[in-house]
Design a protein around this ligand. Structure first.
Ligand SMILES: C[S@@+](CC[C@H](N)C(=O)[O-])C[C@H]1O[C@@H](n2cnc3c(N)ncnc32)[C@H](O)[C@@H]1O
Length: 302
């Protein structure tokens, strides 16, 4: 499937004039291909070895260095710090290629093995569905899928797995249908499959770890741009950017300011950038996208 990177024009506009770019989620290389110019070098990161290969097929190896590790991995963070970027991009979630290939196990298409690991190692989706206690499953569906009947679904899963373990997408889809009723449809499956994917890949923890590291690595006046597709991800980004924009982070009631006493930069623009109607009409993947941008303070400020 030919895939157009989400908010590509907006990202290209923001990065105009930038020379040292970190693409934390290079994926199929779509954003990086647009950002790569004669004067730019890119540090391209992805924990999926297959994504690294796909992006290597479209990006000029003379100006790109690849890292096949998680963006929150300490070794990646060290490389990012050494690179001193003026622009850091995170396009969260999964790529079209990852959705389209059943081997990854992200899809609720019939007969897909419940895997969902981006790097192909560690806990799988079926491990979680077969082993998490009902309380943890309830919490997961509530937190990551905003599911009203989280407890009912968790109990249904626990009941079913006692006679037969969860192995394929059909097992999970059937449990969802049984717990939430016959009116359940693709939007519910997508939301609940996504919640398991977030847990399998520790996505929220990784995001919380990479953003401060990216800010630290960034040159003065540089920008971090994050495209999120999910309210939990967006909340993490929004709250961090808001905290970094504050002049003082001392607890209320402290008589003298003892904190850093200056903003680390500002969210700019203040509100998230969302896809245009034209993009929404032509690219269904853009539907829930929100782009937030933080500009690090200039070295001369503060
Ligand atoms: C939405 S896709 C990026 C698409 C890309 N912007 C493009 O234009 O093709 C997200 C990518 O992030 C990668 N990814 C997800 N979590 C990651 C992590 N913690 N560290 C590094 N890469 C990650 C996925 O493997 C996937 O390739």
């Amino acid at each position: 499937m030919n895939h157009v990177p989400v908010l590509i024009d907006e990202i290209a506009n923001l990065a105009t004039g930038c020379r040292r770019i970190v693409d934390c989620t290079v994926g199929d290389g779509g954003h990086s291909a647009r950002l790569l110019r004669p004067e730019t070098t890119i540090l391209a990161i992805d924990l999926d070895p297959r994504a690294i290969k796909r992006s290597q097929a479209v990006l000029d190896a003379n100006r790109v260095t690849w890292i096949n590790k998680g963006y929150a991995d300490p070794a990646t963070i060290e490389e990012m710090r050494r690179f001193r970027p003026d622009f850091v991009l995170l396009d969260l979630g999964i790529s079209s290629a990852q959705i389209d290939e059943d081997e990854y196990g992200f899809s609720f298409r019939r007969g897909v093995k419940l895997d969902m690991r981006m790097a192909g190692e560690g806990t799988t989706a079926s491990d979680i569905l077969n082993s998490f206690p009902p309380e943890e499953l309830t919490e997961l569906f509530r937190e990551y899928a905003d599911e009203k009947h989280a407890k009912r679904l968790a109990n249904e899963i626990t009941k079913r797995r006692s006679s037969r373990p969860f192995e394929t997408s059909d097992d999970f889809v059937n449990a969802i249908r049984a717990a939430l009723g016959p009116r359940t449809g693709p939007a519910d499956f997508a939301r609940l499959f996504q919640s398991i994917r977030i847990a399998v890949n520790g996505e929220i923890e990784a995001l919380n770890a990479v953003l401060p590291a990216a800010l630290d690595a960034l040159q003065p006046n540089g920008q971090i741009a994050v495209i999120s597709y999910h309210s939990v991800e967006d909340r993490v980004v929004k709250q961090l950017f808001r905290e970094w924009s504050r002049e003082c982070i001392c607890p209320a009631g402290v008589p003298i300011c003892t904190c850093r006493g200056t903003a680390l930069g500002k969210a700019s623009p203040r509100k998230p950038i969302v896809p245009s109607n034209a993009e929404l009409a032509s690219n269904p993947r853009a539907r829930s996208a929100k782009l937030r941008v933080f500009r690090k303070a200039d070295a001369t400020q503060g």
